[in-house]
Design a protein around this ligand. Structure first.
Ligand SMILES: CC(C)(COP(=O)(O)OP(=O)(O)OC[C@H]1O[C@@H](n2cnc3c(N)ncnc32)[C@H](O)[C@@H]1OP(=O)(O)O)[C@@H](O)C(=O)NCCC(=O)NCCS
Length: 160
């Protein structure tokens, strides 16, 4: 792998996506399909990773995602994404999904996901990404926790 580009800050990767839940996004009970939320999470994580890597990225893994509260048609979904840690070619993106009640504006956390994205070159092979600079204790804590999660992911990874 060629040498790294300069460091980037977490702020440079931040993504905010807003969606309205339409009837075609929902099941017969009117709540959103889980797969629709996963697709939005994947897109949000990809944009965060592209902003950090400034190049093409591929999703290599997504940690377990739990859906605790149904989100129904007419509600607004807000996704916030950023990079927690950059390793060699891979980055852990965190995505928080909140629902917003259109009438009251009340927001509730729907789910949180950790997605690992790999930066790739023109041949689709992994390429090094810039280091991520932690600017405060919170960002440092997130990077440390991401490093622990990565260790577990790699232990559990299937070898092909
Ligand atoms: C992404 C891809 C190019 C990586 O190629 P590879 O030969 O597996 O590359 P490597 O084994 O060198 O791993 C690349 C990085 O992924 C990391 N990685 C590998 N398996 C992982 C896993 N299960 N979870 C998290 N990270 C993983 C490695 O640690 C490495 O990161 P690092 O450079 O930061 O250390 C290849 O796996 C691929 O094309 N996958 C399909 C991606 C895709 O199409 N996604 C869309 C959905 S199908």
């Amino acid at each position: 792998m060629p040498s790294r580009a300069p460091e980037r800050q977490v702020e440079e990767s931040r993504v905010v996506m807003t969606e309205i839940v339409l009837p075609e996004d929902t099941n017969h009970r009117g709540s959103i399909f889980g797969g629709r939320v996963l697709a939005l999470i994947d897109k949000c994580a990809a944009v965060a990773a592209i902003r950090h890597a400034r190049g093409e990225v591929l999703t290599i893994s997504m940690d377990t995602v739990e859906f605790r509260n149904p989100v129904v048609a007419g509600q607004i979904l807000i996704l916030n994404g950023w990079i927690n840690a950059a390793f060699g070619s891979s980055m852990e993106a965190e995505v928080e999904v909140r629902s917003e009640d259109p009438a009251s504006g009340a927001r509730a956390l729907t789910t949180r996901a950790y997605v690992t994205m790999v930066a790739v070159d023109d041949n689709g092979r992994p390429r090094r990404v810039p280091r991520l600079l932690a600017m405060d204790d919170e960002e440092l804590r997130r990077a440390e926790e991401a490093t622990k999660r990565r260790k577990i992911r790699l232990q559990n990874a299937t070898s092909s």
